[in-house]
Design a protein. Structure first.
Length: 221
């Protein structure tokens, strides 16, 4: 599998077809096998533009709706599976709200963001819990990212992900609000997530089949 090959799926290496989005004037590769939909690289915004768009987000502890979104995520994707220990919030954004909520829950928490909190020391530890919310849709190399995150998990550790699943039909996808965000470049299906974790010691133990995914790292034999 070659993640740089524009003609193959960057998740599973399968054959793709091109989908035109006339409304926002971009094109995608859609995998015929796993359904992963990837915005062609020439339509990706550069890092300066990307950060300027993130700077506009009102992602703070004072934003009650934003905080409640994470509380619901924690109640559904973390509380049933891990009660404490070391945690990493990967892609914590301009206001590390989830990181703060993890600390409030008693986790020994760290956080990392490539724009707002570049702390490479976090990659020298292993974690009982890694959270990554509204991150996977921004990734140009999701295989590499999830592989690296899986290496950071303790055996039995939890990776909790939030990203919205792609509508099943192209017609519905081309009406979907989520694709309009200029920084969103990859759109997952359940099959795409299955293909993403297949080479790894990760098992999906929960999904709401909408936007929550919980993976457990299996113990080595």
């Amino acid at each position: 599998m070659n993640e740089e090959n524009d003609n193959s799926c960057i998740i599973c290496g399968g054959e793709t077809y091109t989908l035109e989005d006339a409304e926002i004037k971009v094109r995608y590769n859609v995998c015929k096998s796993c359904g992963f939909t990837y915005k062609l690289p020439q339509y990706h915004v550069d890092q300066v533009k990307e950060k300027s768009l993130y700077d506009n987000h009102q992602n703070t502890m004072e934003n009650e709706g934003y905080v409640n979104m994470f509380i619901r995520f924690l109640e559904e994707c973390v509380d049933p599976y891990v009660k404490g220990g070391k945690a990493l919030d990967f892609g914590s954004g301009p206001g590390p709200v989830l990181y703060e909520l993890l600390k409030q829950r008693g986790f020994r928490a760290s956080h990392y963001d490539p724009y707002y909190h570049v702390d490479h020391d976090v990659f020298d530890s292993c974690y009982d819990l890694i959270t990554s919310t509204e991150v996977f849709e921004h990734l140009s190399s999701p295989n590499k990212t999830i592989r690296n995150l899986s290496y950071l998990l303790e055996d039995g550790g939890i990776l909790a992900v939030m990203t919205s699943l792609r509508p099943t039909s192209d017609e519905a996808f081309l009406k979907w609000w989520y694709r309009r965000d200029q920084t969103h470049i990859g759109f997952f299906t359940l099959k795409a997530f299955e293909a993403l974790i297949q080479p790894l010691r990760l098992k999906c133990i929960y999904t709401n089949e909408k936007n929550y995914f919980v993976f457990r790292k299996e113990f080595s034999r």
